[in-house]
Design a protein around this ligand. Structure first.
Ligand code: URA
Length: 183
């Protein structure tokens, strides 16, 4: 793909193709344009909407800790979302909203060409494997053409329910072992 991430960013700013564009600010992914690993969340929250950057609120703080736990920094990876605009009151994005935003995620993936994609939570997992549930799938790599898909619970799950915290650390440790073995 000839288009670059900064150009995609400008195109997203000029886009008005979904209902959420009227109530929220665009939030494209960010990170290392040469990253081999891409993390995909659900949709921006309040902080992300205010700053125009993904994962900068409480869930993002925990994501940073999880990355550090496996010696990765945000600058080493690329982080994005299924939906590029904050749904009102942080409600779940609808199927229609996910569908409308899908071309942006597809373009990010086409530009980045990651070797490993980590869907964070069920909305991102559903983009790749609509029939797969997170409870069975988390922490185990799947193959999708030449990309490894490594599903992990959404970091916000641990903010709402502490019992997810250890599962997230364990899945990040499993991700590190997978990346080390693949290197
Ligand atoms: N939750 C997400 O899924 N994405 C963000 O960018 C922030 C919180």
């Amino acid at each position: 793909m000839n288009i670059t991430l900064p150009v995609l960013q400008e195109k997203l700013k000029a886009w008005d193709g979904c209902a959420l564009c009227k109530t929220a600010n665009p939030v494209l992914g960010e990170g290392n344009a040469n990253a081999k690993i891409m993390f995909i969340g659900e949709a921006p929250g309040q902080r992300e909407d205010e700053q125009g950057r993904p994962f900068v609120g409480p869930a993002g703080k925990f994501l940073n800790e999880l990355l550090e736990s496996i010696e990765l920094r945000r600058e080493d990876v690329y982080i994005s979302n299924v939906v590029k605009y904050r749904p009102p009151e942080n409600r779940d994005p609808t199927d229609e909203e996910k569908e409308q935003c899908m071309p942006w995620l597809k373009m990010e993936i086409a530009i980045l060409k990651p070797k490993v994609i980590v869907p964070l939570g069920r909305h991102a997992l559903g983009h790749f494997f609509p029939k797969l549930g997170m409870t069975q799938a988390h922490g185990k790599p799947q193959k999708l053409k030449d990309i490894a898909i490594f599903p992990i619970y959404h970091p916000a799950a641990a903010l709402h329910n502490g019992s997810f915290r250890q599962a997230l650390y364990d899945d990040f440790a499993a991700l590190k072992a997978f990346l080390d073995a693949a290197a």
